[in-house]
Design a protein around this ligand. Structure first.
Ligand SMILES: Nc1ncnc2c1ncn2[C@@H]1O[C@H](COP(=O)(O)OP(=O)(O)OP(=O)(O)O)[C@@H](O)[C@H]1O
Ligand SMILES: [Mg+2]
Length: 239
């Protein structure tokens, strides 16, 4: 298959542009941009798109080897990936191994970077307007976004993904703090892992130092963020 995929631009988010190739496939183009605080801080970040695409391709590939169904079909070797077009569930599934980020804001009784007794899973509604609020499984079911059975399946897959990523990261001396997942349904109503797995959506530390977007949230330049993504790729063994 040629990798000069073309299609109509159907969506532009902060991190990616989405093009419709046909009924079955989409192209996701990772932008050379980094944003934080719901877009309030935004900078051009040359080569970030390719680095994040490479991370996504590598990690989806790793998960695929362990039987985790995901949307990735192909990569152009640069900023674009070809994916299966899914009916997305508009929620973010977050898995946490250590107390950090929005967890600390809502639960100040736990100290930063405390290791949880077991991985925590939480659901947030994807809504920039509402700042992606934490929601309950009952909220999701009542809104008709997913059934209890589907949520159980999502939680099982999310924990399995955590195990796989944790083991891999640990083997490279990295600490997996937390990460965000998105899921959709394919035409046969199978749950499929979608979106991206990159430094934008995964918090990962090397000797206590962030190699992820947290650097930018805390005031580092986009150039330093790109350096951190390069370092992450080197450590993970991504060419
Ligand atoms: N396989 C897929 N099929 C259909 N839509 C997908 C698939 N994978 C990801 N998406 C959607 O494509 C969009 C990617 O864009 P992007 O991540 O830039 O924006 P966003 O998540 O809407 O907002 P934000 O700017 O907060 O990230 C998301 O809305 C995501 O839910
Ligand atoms: Mg997104």
């Amino acid at each position: 298959m040629s990798r000069n995929w073309t299609g109509e631009l159907i969506y532009e988010g902060k991190a990616k542009r989405v093009y419709r190739v046909n009924d079955e496939f989409l192209v996701m183009e990772f932008k050379d941009e980094v944003t934080a605080f719901d877009g309030a801080r935004k900078e051009h970040a040359p080569s970030k798109g390719k680095l994040a695409a490479a991370q996504t391709v590598f990690l989806m590939g790793l998960l695929g080897k362990y039987g985790i169904r995901n949307h990735l079909v192909d990569w152009d070797g640069d900023r674009k990936i070809l994916v299966r077009s899914l009916r997305m569930i508009p929620i973010e599934v977050i898995v946490r191994n250590y107390a950090y980020g929005s967890f600390l804001k809502r639960m100040p009784l736990v100290k930063s970077m405390t290791k949880f007794s077991k991985p925590l899973i939480e659901f947030h509604l994807k809504s920039d307007e509402l700042h992606d609020p934490l929601i309950t499984t009952d909220d999701i079911i009542e809104a008709g976004l997913a059934s209890q059975e589907q949520l159980n399946e999502i939680m099982g897959i999310a924990l399995r993904i955590n195990e796989i990523l944790n083991n891999y990261m640990a083997s490279k001396g990295l600490t997996l703090v937390d990460f965000k997942l998105e899921f959709g349904f394919d035409k046969s109503n199978n749950l499929v892992l979608a979106d991206e797995l990159s430094g934008d959506t995964i918090r990962v530390l090397i000797n206590g130092r962030h190699l992820d977007k947290e650097l930018f949230r805390r005031g580092s330049s986009s150039a330093d963020l790109v350096k951190a993504y390069e370092e992450m790729n080197k450590i993970l063994g991504i060419s």
